[in-house]
Design a protein around this ligand. Structure first.
Ligand code: TMP
Length: 405
């Protein structure tokens, strides 16, 4: 397998073993599941961290896509804030076109549409796209690439702002996306994109960020190398605590804006992190194995003591944890989640039942394993009264800890 950006040969440095599709919640246990080998790699030339193999995107994004961003209040505020920032900091006018790819059931364009700004959401999953349409967003239900970019430009003209929130990491043909951006962006247009940040994943050992949809975990260095091929440059960045620790990149055509000092400093920081050194990834691999051992030890011990354990949040990330660690319904009684399309199904590969939040309220466990750890504050706030009177939380990263009631 070659690097999806610079074509250099890739080597896998570890494997998480056979994995099902992270969001393919199982309705009927007799149903056959698709498995592939989940193995990450990093490019020794351009430093892009990526999966060796990704299942066909059509298996991942379709009319029954299970993830609805609307389930998180924090993410809704996050999208709304970016919409406001685009209007105020970048002086967006009502007839400037904003295109957002992977806008799911609304996204940033939803908040722009509410304020009557020209917008277009491009998402390949029909069910979430329909939901965005109902909210008033203009929708193009398709994958974004060089071909669709040309169609969009022909129909709507140049794009002032191109947004991708937790989306670029999902698209294997990164070259085609950036070629599309290069085609579609107006002279002074900007691209604003954010994704989980590689140095944060390495620091926290949040290996559960690695699953089929996340074909890339980006660093600033990798994004710069991709941009360079397409006459683009990163002129600003912002560190974010969303999606488990992300970096937001502001990108423009070469020379059209001044590069902020912040960007230059972050390059220096990344250099010190040795993102091209095999030792960095050997250390990560060892930390993953250690994390797996400690999680299994605590779950087995609690089960031996007849404790009830429930998973909180049937996240895509938890598919990696459960399948890599071999955790099934012998250790976890059920998972609670608020997403209607996941409820009363079973987790991919490991077949733990998924139950509603109402069920959870009637069946509080002794321990809840926080799988949606990136939504910790929102969840803890929500569960504060009812829950802290009875249960304890298990958080598996950066180091396994138990928060007692
Ligand atoms: P994410 O980590 O990919 O954002 O997925 C979060 C999952 O957690 C999603 O399935 C919805 C679920 N969830 C809850 O069940 N309750 C909550 O309060 C929050 C914030 C998320």
């Amino acid at each position: 397998m070659n690097c999806r950006n610079c074509k250099k040969k890739l080597k896998k440095f570890m494997t998480f073993g056979k994995m099902p599709i992270a969001n393919a919640f199982v309705k009927n246990l007799k149903q056959r599941e698709y498995f592939f080998e989940l193995a990450p790699s990093y490019c020794p030339k351009c430093s892009l961290f990526q999966l060796i193999k990704q299942p066909n995107p059509k298996k991942l994004f379709h009319k029954n896509y299970a993830f609805f961003a609307g389930t998180s209040l924090k993410m809704q505020n996050h999208f709304k804030n970016l919409a406001t920032k685009l209007i105020t900091n970048f002086k967006l006018k009502k007839d400037d076109l904003t295109v957002e790819i992977g806008n799911n059931d609304g996204g940033v364009v939803h908040y722009l549409s509410k304020r009557n700004f020209r917008n277009l959401g491009v998402d390949p999953s029909a069910n979430v796209a329909k939901s965005a349409k109902r909210k008033g967003v203009n929708i193009f239900n398709n994958f974004f690439n060089f071909q669709t970019a040309k169609l969009i430009k022909k129909k709507y003209g140049p794009v002032k702002v191109f947004v991708a929130q937790n989306t670029l990491a999902h698209i294997p043909n990164i070259d085609s996306v950036f070629k599309g951006v290069e085609t579609i962006l107006s002279k002074n247009g900007i691209m604003v994109t954010e994704d989980p940040y590689l140095p944060e994943m390495l620091r926290k050992c949040s290996y559960d960020q690695i699953y089929d949809e996340h074909v890339f975990i980006f660093s600033l260095t990798a994004i710069k190398n991709i941009c360079e091929k397409h006459g683009l440059q990163v002129f600003d960045i912002e560190k974010l605590d969303t999606a488990g620790g992300s970096l937001r990149y502001f990108i423009c055509r070469n020379g059209s804006r001044k590069i902020k000092q912040k960007v230059l400093s972050q390059f220096k920081i990344e250099k010190k992190l040795n993102l091209l050194n095999p030792k960095t990834y050997k250390k990560f691999k060892d930390s993953c194995e250690k994390s797996k051992k400690s999680l299994l030890n605590i779950l087995r011990k609690l089960k031996k003591d007849n404790k009830t354990i429930v998973g909180y949040g049937a996240t895509s990330k938890s598919t990696t944890i459960f399948n890599y660690c071999g955790i099934n319904s012998n250790l976890i009684d059920y998972i609670t989640d608020t997403t209607p399309t996941k409820i009363d199904k079973f987790t991919p590969g490991t077949h733990i039942p998924v139950k509603s939040h109402e069920h959870f309220k009637k069946n509080y466990p002794d321990y809840a394993l926080l799988l949606a750890w990136n939504h910790k504050n929102e969840i803890f706030k929500k569960e504060k009264y009812r829950y802290s009177t009875r249960g304890n939380w298990i958080i598996h990263l950066p180091k396994l800890r138990i928060i007692k009631k």
